[in-house]
Design a protein around this ligand. Structure first.
Ligand SMILES: *Cc1c(COP(=O)(O)O)cnc(C)c1O
Length: 378
């Protein structure tokens, strides 16, 4: 699905030097590498406060802790997402409340939110899925009207913007009270191990999150609140600072690859290519087709790709409200109507997408998909 090796080869000397510097310096915990990445990433995110943490799941948990989410509270999140989004709320004793998605963007549908809000709702966590921001204006409007904070799960969407350029576009992760990013190796800005960050425009909330990420203390042995140990590793920070310089280039490469797929699948009526809303950018963490005939055909296409040695992914085959952990009653959860989520789970199939994808590789993918449907590609 990704070619991390090819990407590394191109920046090998810079990366090797950055890693060697950390080892030379022996500042393995915190230290200049982490500070420098924090500053560079803050600048890249239009000056938002950055709290570096160990991974994207921790980022979600710490953001919710900083908002005081705890036992008996409810957190609204889409059912069509990676488990971490709901898990973070459940870990804190809160009840994940699942909302349905928009059929075109796969993101949480703002129209489904209001009926799910109760006086126990302590946060709304939209996910910017596959690299395209959720419909943030209506989400923020509803949240504000009810006085509920928003935590954007921007794990898959670093560098994407919401809003048109002229009307003050904002980065995914910088619109709500908090935003969370994952630097998992295959994410758009991938480290060489686990890494993550929390974003906030609110200095008070940023301080609260920073405190929690560091055992609840700013001064050693003067712990003020119950926190966690979640640090960005110094070696990962050094890698990320090098790769951050190339983020725009990486995004352009992904968008070019997506454009090529769009062209290749233009005439194949059996699938829908990803919808691109015109008021936001899509950074294509995934290039996700919808197989219109549904699950049986989707699964048969998956088998066909496997036999042809074409990597693919199904994100996500099981919606959160069906997962044993949330559906079986051991972990309380609640949800509204799930028609679009369930339809998407049976139709989606993600094709290889990365910065090193070549035309001929994409043509081969298209050939195999067309052949499955018994159609010859012009
Ligand atoms: C990757 C991902 C996470 C978790 O990130 P980790 O760094 O792996 O902990 C959370 N939410 C979504 C939507 C993700 O894709």
């Amino acid at each position: 699905m990704v070619d991390l090796r090819g990407q590394y080869e191109k920046i090998r000397s810079e990366i090797d030097r950055a890693i060697a510097e950390v080892i030379e310096d022996t500042s393995f915990i915190g230290g200049p590498a982490v500070k420098r990445f924090e500053q560079a990433f803050s600048e890249a995110m239009d000056g938002a406060h950055v709290i570096p943490v160990a991974n994207g799941t921790d980022a979600l948990q710490i953001a919710l802790m900083a908002l005081g989410v705890g036992a008996g509270d409810e957190v609204i999140t889409p059912s069509f997402t990676f488990v971490a989004t709901a898990e973070a709320a459940a870990l804190l004793g809160a009840t994940p409340v699942f909302a349905d998605i928009e059929p075109d963007t796969f993101n949480i549908d703002p129209a489904t939110l209001e009926p799910l809000i109760t006086d126990r709702t302590k946060a709304i966590v939209p996910v910017h899925l596959f690299g395209q921001p959720a419909s943030m204006d209506p989400i923020l409007e509803i949240a504000e009207r009810h006085g509920i904070p928003v935590v954007e799960d921007a794990a898959q969407t670093v560098g994407a913007r919401y809003g048109t350029r002229t009307a003050g576009a904002r980065f995914a992760g910088t619109m709500g009270q908090f935003g969370t990013i994952s630097f998992f190796p295959s994410k758009n800005l991938g480290a060489y191990g686990d890494a993550g960050a929390i974003l906030s425009r609110d200095p008070g909330l940023a301080d609260a999150a920073r405190l929690i990420a560091n055992h609840g203390s700013t001064k050693k042995y003067h712990n003020e609140v119950v926190g966690v140990n979640s640090r960005l590793d110094a070696v990962q920070a050094a890698v990320l600072r090098v790769k951050l310089k190339y983020l725009d280039e990486y995004t352009d490469a992904r968008v070019r690859a997506a454009d090529r797929y769009d062209d290749l699948f233009d005439e194949l009526e059996e699938v829908h290519v990803p919808h691109r809303a015109n008021d936001r950018t899509h950074v294509f963490h995934q290039y996700t087709l919808r197989v219109l005939e549904g699950q049986e055909t989707r699964d048969a296409l998956a088998d066909h790709l496997r036999e042809a040695d074409i990597p693919f992914g199904i994100y996500y085959p099981v919606p959160m409200h069906w997962l044993p952990v949330f559906a079986a009653g051991t972990t309380p959860s609640r949800h509204g109507s799930m028609d679009e989520t369930e339809r998407a789970a049976g139709q989606v199939l993600s094709l290889p997408m990365h910065t090193e994808l070549k035309d001929d590789q994409q043509e081969r993918v298209a050939d195999v998909v067309f052949a499955f449907f018994g159609i010859s590609r012009r």
